[in-house]
Every structure is written in C-alpha cells, then in structure tokens.
Design a protein around this ligand. Structure first.
Ligand SMILES: [Zn+2]
Length: 223
C-alpha cells in the first residue's frame, strides 16, 4: 500500500453528511492503517486522516505532538472549535520498551495512544473469544487461523492485511471484543480504574492488553 498522503481526509460515500472535525492518525503499519480505513466507513462524525505511517514509534509520537502543537493556535480560537487537533498514535508493543516513556510523553501533550500488547491481532482475537493469559504473537495468529466461526483469518502469516472479509467478520462482534478487552484490565494486576488501567500500570508490562475500544468509542461508532 502506498504511503498515506498527510493531511488528506479519508472520505466515503457518506461524506456529504460529515462534520468537519479532523482526527489525525499516526500508525505503525499497514494493518493499523487498514483498520482506520475501515472505521472511516463507519463514522460520519469526523474526518479521519492518516497523517503518517512509520515503524518508529518514537517518531510517531513526536510527530503527533508536533502536529498538535502546530494546530493549537487555531484550536484556541473558539470560532473554529472544529479544528481542535485530535491525535491518535496506533501501535503495538513488539518488544519495544520505549513505549513506557512514549506513553508518558504522549499524555503530557494530549496525544492518545491505541496500544496492543503483544500485537494488534490480539484485538481481532478478542472479538471471538476471551483471553485469560499472556500469549505471544505467533500463538495469537495461530488461534485466529483456527477459528471455526470464520475462515477469513487463515493465512495471517502470509497476508496480515485486514481484508474486507476479515473486517466483516469483526464488525458485529465489537461489543464482545470491548467486553473481553475490559476483562483483561481487571486481570492486569495494577490498581485499575475500570475501564482504564491504573496510574501505576506500566504499558510494557500489560500483557495481554488492548485499548482499541477507546479509539472506536472516541469516534462515536456504535454497534
Ligand atoms: Zn494495568
């Protein structure tokens, strides 16, 4: 997939009914971008913009902060509240312990992070079944490939894209995934503040965990 064009909104057939509120995404890979593009077809509330795709998580967070700072002047103008710069970074853990400092930095600057530990495929799996213990990425992909409910997730190691078949299999099960992700928080071991992890919680130690539902809910997508 070619690199996204920064600043260009993803439109869909319901564009005529869209508000002008942009949401900027800084995503780690093509799979994350696939997911945002599918979500784009579900919301009329926002203009979703894939601002950047990079495997360097630090770069994603720093560029999101820079964009937010650059737009804050306009946001401060109350005549243009739609320009309030909502920014999300979307990445998984992938043994990158910088995520802890990146979380702190993002929080200081109002940038939100949709984080999956160990990998985004955990979020797919939570649509179909609860997860009660730490799983590595290969095991998660294997479990997805063996699902009896759908064949769509077979061959994930060869093709990790969120194809239309896979997206269709996920859609109706969003409430299940959301509930299963929240269960993971209660099993985390931190002093949690449901539906969120506690302030003492270290993101790199949250395995398994996924807060993708925060992102979906923030877009006011209701299933
Ligand atoms: Zn926690």
């Amino acid at each position: 997939m070619p690199r996204p064009a920064p600043g260009v909104p993803l439109y869909s057939r319901n564009r005529a009914f869209r508000s002008q509120t942009p949401v900027y995404f800084f995503v780690e890979g093509e799979t994350e971008e696939d997911y945002i593009r599918h979500l784009n077809s579900e919301t009329a509330e926002f203009h979703l913009i894939i601002e950047e795709r990079s495997t360097d998580r630090r770069r994603l967070v720093e560029d999101a902060i820079a964009l937010r700072k650059s737009r804050m002047g306009k946001a401060a103008d109350l005549r243009r509240p739609h320009e309030y710069p909502r920014t999300w970074c979307v990445f998984d853990y992938d043994d990158d312990d910088r995520v802890d400092s990146l979380f702190r930095k993002a929080a200081r600057h109002g940038v939100q992070i949709a984080f999956s530990h160990p990998c985004l495929e955990l979020w797919w799996l939570l649509h179909f079944q609860p997860v009660t213990s730490s799983l590595d990425a290969d095991t998660i992909k294997m479990k997805l490939g063996r699902l009896s409910q759908t064949r769509a997730f077979r061959g994930l190691s060869k093709n990790k894209h969120l194809t239309s078949d896979r997206w269709n299999a996920l859609q109706e099960l969003y409430p299940t995934a959301r509930m299963n992700a929240q269960k993971l928080i209660s099993h985390c071991g931190c002093i949690c503040r449901p539906p969120h992890h506690g302030e003492d919680c270290v993101p790199s130690k949250r395995s398994p965990s996924c807060n993708m539902a925060d992102l979906v809910d923030s877009l006011k997508i209701i299933y």
